[in-house]
Ligand binder design. Structure first.
Ligand code: PMP
Length: 397
């Protein structure tokens, strides 16, 4: 009976966005949004995307299903951007890839595959993007957390992380975020990646890498250095890849699930399992967004435009990080805000607790979740002077 269902508590972030919208004050600042914004405060359709979309619409002759793998050119291009040219694992025929509805679709596939591998517990970083926990729990897993962030250094707490990893057992599953960790912006070093890959192989836990911000850290190849070192050291690896942010294709739902198998002979069986999971969940993946990405990545001119746009987005984020950091260090006299410049990607966590974030909202119209996570890419350079004033005031109080 429907009447037996209770109302779930509202999503805190959506609630915050609604409160921001209905706030009648003329000056208010939304630092909580989860999407990239340009200097005009909009999330534009990238021009490489617009261009590819027009070509695709012109050339498209049918809407029939593409098959369980989705767009093969898209899958191959994503394998290429992640693994690089001259990838040994690709040459050895040890990879497989499927188009999925967004990075979330890929995470869902990977977790279902973990379930079929007999895994019952999944470990995520503390903190992590809450939907990792959501998908894991609704897929029936126990969820464990490994320590990750150090508010003191503003980077990964390596000692604590490796200590917690030493408790992860053979037959457990682990999710590790790729570049631009959400919500902390704190990334692993290439040496950490290599060590984690080796550890996963030695202990025998399964790993899914979640790559949702490729190209927004330091560059397309630079951002994959750690991931490639991990793959080199590990045996079987799963990857969930999202094109939502780096192609600005959010609502088109474009993602890719990849697996790198220790033995080429596993590719057929893993592929059949992934196809079966996808068939049960969405039967066939969406085509439109994947076709746009495939068009861009297979055309030199469009790819150049896309890379230039991505590099501009990255530059804007780095510039905003620098500006906000300098102003906050100056206004608070506290070096902790220096960390904003070493953190990567759209998100960072500012040192404000639930009470302080509430005060920022009530007194100054500065909106951010109780965790203090802010989207640097949602800031407007013209507003940083005011925002940093308010943040500094509340920090000092
Ligand atoms: N992983 C992380 C860490 C994310 O932040 C996101 C997007 N917010 C995703 C995966 C996947 O997003 P999508 O399903 O929209 O591609």
């Amino acid at each position: 009976k429907f009447s037996s269902l209770s109302i779930l508590p509202p999503d805190a972030l959506l609630g915050l966005m609604a409160a921001y919208k209905s706030d009648p004050r003329e000056t208010k600042y939304d630092l909580s949004v989860g999407v990239y914004r340009d200097s005009n405060g909009v999330t534009p359709v990238m021009s490489a995307v617009k261009n590819a979309e027009l070509r695709y619409l012109n050339d498209q002759t049918t809407k029939v299903y593409e098959g369980p793998r989705g767009n093969a050119d898209f899958c191959d291009s994503i394998e290429n951007v992640i693994l690089g040219d001259n990838s040994l694992v690709r040459e050895e025929g040890r990879t497989l890839s499927f188009t999925t509805p967004g990075g979330c679709g890929a995470l869902y596939v990977g977790m279902n595959l973990m379930s079929r591998l007999g895994i019952s517990k999944i470990w995520v970083s503390s903190p992590t993007w809450p939907n990792h926990i959501n998908i894991a729990k609704s897929s029936g897993f126990d969820v464990g957390e490994y320590r990750y962030a150090s508010s003191e250094t503003g980077g990964v707490d390596r000692e604590a992380m490796f200590e917690d990893f030493s408790q992860i057992k053979k037959g457990d599953g682990v999710i590790i975020q790729g570049p631009c960790h959400n919500p902390t912006g704190m990334d692993l070093s290439v040496d950490d990646w290599r060590a984690l890959g080796q550890l996963s192989k030695d202990v025998g836990f399964a790993v899914m890498l979640d790559i949702a911000y490729h190209g927004l850290g330091e560059g397309l190849d630079e951002d994959m250095e750690g991931v490639r070192a991990f793959i080199e050291a590990a045996d079987d690896v799963m990857i969930a890849y999202s094109c939502s942010k780096n192609f600005g294709l959010y609502r088109e739902r474009v993602g890719c699930f990849l697996a790198i198998c220790e033995e080429a002979s596993s590719v057929a069986s893993v592929s059949s399992q992934v196809a079966d999971v996808s068939r049960a969940a969405w039967s066939m993946p969406p085509a439109h967004g994947a076709a746009i990405v495939a068009t861009i990545l297979s055309n030199n001119g469009l790819r150049e435009i896309w890379e230039a746009e991505l590099s501009q987005m990255r530059g804007r984020i780095q510039g905003l990080r620098q500006e906000l950091s300098e102003k906050l260090v100056l206004k608070t006299g506290n070096e902790t805000f220096q960390h904003l410049t070493t953190q990567k990607g759209m998100f960072s966590q500012l040192p404000f607790d639930a009470e302080a974030t509430h005060h920022l909202r009530e007194a100054y119209g500065v909106y951010m979740p109780a965790s203090g996570r802010v989207n640097i890419a949602g800031l407007d350079s013209k507003e940083i002077e005011h925002i940093s004033d308010y943040l500094a005031r509340v920090f000092i109080e």
